[in-house]
Design a protein. Structure first.
Length: 115
């Protein structure tokens, strides 16, 4: 199982970024895919989840209405579209999948929101 994030960077408040997570080593369409983030000195927190079946999504209250998670099962990729970014969104963003009770993480991608 392997997941690799990309798309992070420096953006001004109010700006947008789209993160991507490319997955391999498992049957992607069957599994829920999630984005987490970890700010300096804080614990890692769930941001959004896209279910493997049914097309459902879930979001943390702090990002509802601003972030959109989506997936392309043909490309084994999950995305996180982030709009109206705020300084408090600054964090390392991680993609993850749980398989047979084991959580797999990517290396993370840094998102910095600053003027």
């Amino acid at each position: 199982v392997h997941v690799v994030e990309s798309g992070g960077g420096l953006v001004q408040p109010g700006g947008s970024l789209r993160l991507s997570c490319a997955a391999s080593g498992f049957t992607f369409r069957r599994y829920d895919m999630s984005w987490y983030r970890q700010a300096p000195g804080k614990e890692r927190k769930l941001v959004a989840t896209a279910t493997g079946t049914g097309g459902g999504t879930n979001y943390a209250d702090s990002v509802k209405g601003r972030f959109t998670i989506s997936r392309d099962n043909a490309k084994n990729t999950v995305y996180l579209q982030m709009n109206s970014l705020k300084p408090e969104d600054t964090a390392v963003y991680y993609c993850s999948v749980v398989q047979w009770g084991q959580v797999y993480w990517g290396q993370g991608t840094q998102v910095t929101v600053s003027s």
